[in-house]
Design a protein around this ligand. Sequence first.
Ligand code: DP6
Length: 332
Amino acid sequence: MTGPVTAQACANIAFIKYWGRRDHALRLPLNGSISMNLDATRTTTTVEFDPALDTDRVAIQGEPANELAARRVSRHLDRVREMAGITTRACVVSINGFPMGTGIASSASAFAALTLAACAAAGVSLDERALSILARLGSGSACRSIPAGFVEWHAGADSESSYAETIAPPEHWDLRDLIAIVQTEHKDVGSTAGQTLIDTSPFNAARIEAAERGLPVVRRAILECDFETFGEETELEALRMHAVALTTRPSVIYWQPETVRIMQAVRAWRDEGLPAYFTIDAGANVHVLCQGADADAVEERLRAIEGVRQILSNRPGPATHLIDEHLVWPAN
Ligand code: DP6
């Protein structure tokens, strides 16, 4: 046991989505996915194993976590404890630098940071691939926040082969993700629950097939910095994912009127010669993708749209890493 250890992880935005599992317990996805870490959208988590504790203590955003969240964290700590051969309980303090429950993948950065901090605090030394696999067991998309920059999650045949790795480092391409926040409340149907419904959509099989076909297209477009090919495929994939969500039983509509307003606006800007595309996760916020040279123009236009409350401007982000400043249990 080492005293407090703190890790920082970026959220990530998927261009080819993880939306459906073939094994729920192991979080093995139905298709591979590709994403980018978001440098301005991070979670910081401090973990300390403490023999004096008889239960895990978890604080998120300055408050003791609710039971559901605390249990999910404890289950993840159990995985680390098993690897370390210990039963010691831990104190976990976590802060997201962005609004939670908005569909900007807070579980990805949360479980990536928790995985690295808990392993380091328990003295478990894992390589990047093993960390990615472990993070995946906490939340699927978290495996993609472990490596740096542009990342591909290989669907894999089993747990050992289902992990994420960097396909290009952050400095490879000045791609921007401007997240237009239109809703900061918790969404009704989280991505874990939404994904259990996919079999009830008649379009799911078609999306999986299209996503698999999209993987090499997006991978190559990233490697060649081919923005048009990248954007076309990414935008279509988001619409395919939402086509599945819209047609499950019960059906899930993640969009708000502002969501559609931004989607339409982005397309109009393209027609006017401003290259930008959108993608959307399991929420109402819209991720507007553009290249560095166009970021100011896109941001200015986004600000002018009614209902856009805030814009989070992201560049490709680093790998999950340890930092020296530790968070302390919140004073009430
Ligand atoms: C829409 O990783 O949150 O963001 O494995 O149940 O924790 P769990 O699901 P989660 O799903 C993310 C879904 C998505 C698309 C993506 O990030 O690929």
